[in-house]
Design a protein around this ligand. Structure first.
Ligand SMILES: Nc1ncnc2c1ncn2[C@@H]1O[C@H](COP(=O)(O)OP(=O)(O)OP(=O)(O)O)[C@@H](O)[C@H]1O
Ligand SMILES: CC(C)(CO)[C@@H](O)C(=O)NCCC(=O)O
Length: 451
């Protein structure tokens, strides 16, 4: 007998597209493992997680392959979920689909809301609650309502906006937890995720998943977090700096009048920092070999501006952008290495959207790590650089018992031998800035395809 779940399912009043009042519990309410049927009234369910940062909003969402039947799958998935809640053995339904990676500028949050709405992603979150009972046998689904996992400061700041505009309840996950979970997943499961970048040469690093820890994760977003990672869920934020990606973009915008981050970055490629930076050679007239400094080493970023009576307009924006980029990248590289040294960490992975797959940024960070470590440490970068937090938030569905689209599957279905290109994994391209991103107008979409 199908019973309306009025006691068990609370209708979410602000759900505009999916009417949960029509959801049914199938089977007797006393039954241990009731399943829940959702009427076929929305598009295929998608799963969404957000990382709303100071500068950028990152979305990760899963969509199934088109054309695959969904009702049977939903049934099985929901059964599995209930099984988990009752302490049953886990099973992993076979799902085909894609993980999409999308970003928006946080100050254009409306575009993000419109995107979520247009893709009906606000219809796809799941959350289940145990009863208060401590006895698993008696555990029942108390309510099911729609929520979306979200991390980053904006998960707090914009919670009301998401609720009002899309009917989404943001289920907040800690930002550091998510960064670490995302990084661990990528480093363990995705072949060719990590690479080095030195003097223009990119080299992929084969990571042994059994020999990953400990490492230092440096996330360069608006600000910078440095996290010592000792295992899954085992970490400590050991340092940070307020001189980060927001500093480059903010100061760069003021000093050059650039209208976008990418434009500023592109300018730097044509820059010559000798016009702005004070070099060792400017001070010594030559190298300073005794302490290992060549004449071309920057002695003082922007220091040359103090020597000349020039106005801002007399400096080339290209040169300013390059000086700024080097100043910030070196500084982050140096602080990172010092923290690695502090804790005896051999590996340093850099993520965050400041990096932007930009060769010069990575070379500068690598140079600083190499220089200060006297060649004993090496900077490594991640292909999904800016999506660690969003990915971690996405993975937290699993943590809460919702494993229908989970990472174990990705790993199982993507043996470490999966190809980097031309195969099933399409990660974010390490784009040359001159290449135009193929994008849905307002955002960059990257795909990790799960077949
Ligand atoms: N289109 C863009 N607009 C603005 N900044 C960009 C853009 N692309 C790359 N960036 C760089 O990425 C940085 C933001 O990176 P990221 O998204 O990883 O951090 P965030 O989550 O916004 O910041 P935080 O974690 O400190 O809140 C910016 O400060 C800037 O340096
Ligand atoms: C405040 C956060 C964590 C927000 O993402 C980030 O911007 C950051 O790590 N800033 C640096 C703050 C500091 O440790 O000085």
């Amino acid at each position: 007998m199908a019973t309306k779940g009025s006691n068990s399912i609370h209708r979410s009043s602000s759900r505009p597209l999916l009417d949960l009042s029509k959801a049914e519990i199938q089977g007797n309410v006393e039954e241990k493992y009731p399943t829940i049927l959702l009427p076929n009234q929305s598009d295929d369910l998608s799963h969404l997680a957000l990382d709303i940062g100071g500068s950028l909003i990152k979305l990760v969402y899963f969509s199934r392959h088109e054309g695959q039947s969904t009702n049977d799958k939903r049934m099985k998935i929901l059964k599995d979920k209930l099984g988990i809640l009752n302490g049953n053995r886990r099973s992993y339904p076979i799902l085909g689909g894609r993980l999409h990676f999308v970003k928006f500028e946080t100050n254009k949050i409306n575009e993000c809301l419109e995107f979520i709405y247009s893709k009906k992603l606000h219809c796809g979150g799941w959350e289940s609650h145990h009863s208060d009972s401590t006895n698993d046998q008696n555990a029942v689904i108390k309510c099911i309502h729609f929520v979306t996992k979200a991390t980053g400061g904006g998960a707090y700041k914009f919670a009301d906006l998401f609720k009002e505009r899309l009917g989404i309840s943001l289920d907040k996950e800690d930002e550091m937890d998510c960064l670490v979970a995302g990084a661990n997943f990528l480093l363990k499961a995705i072949r060719h995720e990590a690479y080095t970048h030195m003097e223009g040469q990119k080299e992929f690093i084969q990571i042994d998943p059994n020999d990953l820890f400990p490492y230092l994760l440096v996330n360069i977003g608006s600000g910078v977090s440095m996290i010592k990672v000792d295992g899954d869920g085992k970490f400590e934020r050991v340092s940070g700096t307020n001189v980060g990606g927001g500093t480059y973009w903010g100061l760069g915008r003021l000093l050059t009048n650039c209208s976008s981050f990418d434009e500023l970055l592109e300018l730097s490629q044509k820059g010559d920092n000798r016009t702005t930076d004070m070099l060792v050679g400017d001070i010594y007239g030559t190298d300073y070999p005794k302490i290992g400094l060549s004449a071309s080493t920057i002695a003082s970023s922007f220091g040359k501006a103090t020597l000349e009576n020039k106005e801002l307009e007399e400096y080339r924006p290209e040169d300013i952008s390059l000086s700024l980029l080097r100043m910030i990248s070196y500084n982050i590289g140096q602080i990172s290495y010092l923290n690695a040294l502090r804790f005896g960490l051999k590996r340093i992975f850099f993520g965050g959207f400041f990096i932007r797959g930009h060769a010069y940024t990575m070379d500068a960070i690598s140079f600083a790590v190499h220089f200060w470590s006297k060649g004993t440490a090496q900077a490594m970068f991640l292909r999904h650089e800016g999506f660690l937090g969003a990915l971690g938030a996405f993975m937290s569905y699993e943590k809460h018992g919702l494993d229908d689209l989970m990472v174990h599957q990705f790993v199982e279905r993507f043996p470490m031998g999966a190809p980097y290109t031309g195969g099933k994994i399409h990660g974010p391209p390490l784009r040359n800035l001159n290449e135009k991103a193929s994008l849905e107008n307002m955002c960059a979409t990257e795909l990790l395809e799960i077949n």
